[in-house]
Design a protein around this ligand. Structure first.
Ligand code: 5AD
Ligand code: SF4
Length: 476
């Protein structure tokens, strides 16, 4: 049985091959038709928007053969956990979740438990699952999720475990059935993988080499979404600014793609994530023309110290980053910029940390995701000597967060008394009588009486600015 498994090898995943990525269209197979009739599935999604987009494909595949989604895992015939490997904490959470289904699997032999996503791409994880979590029926990776129905079929018919994780990066598969969670906001992958190899990051190993989708496939998808009434698309890639460098002669890049998208009648376009090193002047110029391109940029800096940036392999200095922010602000004065920061990277001195604080203060971020460095097995930084105590790392995180929160609050305050456009999404998480949505600058706004506006863009007069959100009244 063991030799049927196709397990991941991180060393292989590191290699980048020169061969061109193949694109092919997903084909439905009649043998799977109706396979899920009368059955329910439950998907738990961990991690980033890339995983959320993947889960929508998994759902689309399942629904194409009759499975129906349930939010009640107790009645699910199939549970899929789409995992995240970015930090240790994320992984620990997933192992806890997998453990919870042990009893269920023992009591019901037809119940199927599948594990997909980034954790499946790690050797150590798959070994641990095979040894300790024997109730898992399917382990699949990020390169072959379009084969989900095949895996389920094997488990159902042959009653055996399926492990198929490819280390060599996959092709691009177009037209995979997709069941989107929202009727007005959509994810659109523009590329897969990452070639940056920041020394702390597991993503280039779990997601493979950078592969851009062909522009016409992306534009067609956005056209179709616009025709269906979608109000907002978020373009996804680990480093969207290097979009297209792997296509043909590399001359059709992210700026050209955005220029084309500007002409599609989709009201709002966002994108994530931008690597500072590839943010071109042409891109800034295209963004400054605005139209449907939102004045909001997530621009991870990671550290304000050149020593640390170099050790992280980020390929820019803090001076270059500041200059870029300045150039963006000159071109788009009202822009809202957020960032990602890691504290406690191996060897980070008090002075390095102070440099990060200075940069945060001076760049005027209106939000940041902040993290304590988490060593990921197989990445270079996991082997760097790390002597700083956890208590000190936590203190740095806390200090940084205070500063970040001030920026967050300032970013909200600038809209006090203004009228802003809000795409109303649904009831607020904390108060069912309040409705929430986001502005072009990605500010969270709460309103009363928003029920009939779900999925619509309305104008809201802002009368309260809090640290995390704005409040106002719909005025048109
Ligand atoms: N430890 C801590 N944070 C990390 N990130 C990525 N890898 C790690 C790690 N090993 C953070 C980076 C990245 C964000 C998505 O997650 O800040 O931008
Ligand atoms: Fe990870 Fe760096 Fe790639 Fe972002 S750019 S996914 S941090 S390796």
């Amino acid at each position: 049985m063991e030799d049927q498994y196709q397990k991941p090898v991180l060393g292989q995943a590191r290699k980048r091959r020169g061969n061109e990525t193949q694109t092919f269209a997903y084909e439905e197979k009649s043998i799977y038709a109706g396979m899920g009739n009368g059955k329910h599935y439950y998907i738990q999604t961990h991690g980033c928007q890339g995983n959320e987009a993947d889960s929508e494909k998994l759902k689309g595949l399942l629904e194409s053969v009759g499975y129906v989604e349930t939010m009640d895992e107790e009645i699910a015939d199939l549970v899929i956990i789409n995992t995240c490997a970015i930090r240790e904490h994320a992984e620990a959470k997933v192992f806890g979740e997998i453990g919870r289904f042990k009893k269920r699997r023992r009591e019901n032999k037809d119940f199927i438990l599948a594990i997909g996503g980034c954790m499946s791409q790690e050797e150590v994880v798959v070994e641990r699952l095979l040894k300790t979590y024997r109730h898992v029926d399917i382990i699949f990776g990020t390169h072959n999720l379009h084969r989900l129905l095949e895996f389920i079929h094997v488990v159902m018919v042959e009653k055996r475990r399926v492990v198929e994780v490819l280390s060599v990066e996959g092709d691009i598969v177009e037209n995979v059935p997709t069941a989107r969670d929202s009727r007005f906001k959509a994810w659109v992958n523009i590329m897969y993988g990452c070639d940056e190899f920041c020394t702390y990051c597991i993503v280039p190993y779990t997601r493979g080499k950078e592969r851009s989708r062909r522009p016409h496939h992306i534009l067609e998808e956005i056209h179709n979404l616009a025709n269906q009434g979608y109000q907002e698309v978020t373009l996804l890639g680990q480093n969207v600014n290097s979009y297209g460098l792997d296509l043909d002669d590399g001359s059709y890049g992210f700026a050209e793609l955005l220029e084309a998208i500007q002409h599609i009648s989709i009201p709002r376009v966002r994108f994530t994530t931008s690597h500072p090193k590839d943010f071109s002047d042409k891109l800034i110029e295209v963004l400054s023309r605005k139209g449907n391109l939102m004045p909001y940029i997530h621009l991870p800096v990671q550290s304000g110290s050149n020593v640390i940036l170099e050790r992280m392999n980020r390929k820019y200095t803090q001076e270059e980053y500041r200059l870029l922010v300045q150039k963006i602000r000159n071109a788009i004065p009202d822009v809202s910029i957020t960032t990602d920061i890691i504290v406690g990277f191996p060897g980070e001195t008090e002075e390095d940390f102070e440099n990060t604080l200075n940069l945060v203060e001076q760049c005027g971020f209106e939000g940041a995701y902040t993290f304590i460095f988490s060593p990921r097995a197989g990445t270079p930084a996991a082997k760097y000597p790390d002597t700083l105590s956890m208590a000190e790392k936590k203190r740095r995180l806390l200090t940084l967060n205070q500063l970040v929160n001030e920026g967050f609050a300032k970013g909200n305050q600038r809209f006090l008394g203004e009228t802003v456009e809000v795409l109303i999404e649904g009831p607020s998480k904390t108060d069912p009588n309040t409705w929430s949505g986001y502005t072009p600058h990605n500010k969270l706004v709460h309103v009363k009486n928003g029920e009939s506006y779900i999925g619509k863009r309305v104008f809201v007069k802002i009368n309260v600015a809090k640290t995390w959100s704005l409040e106002g009244e719909i005025c048109g």
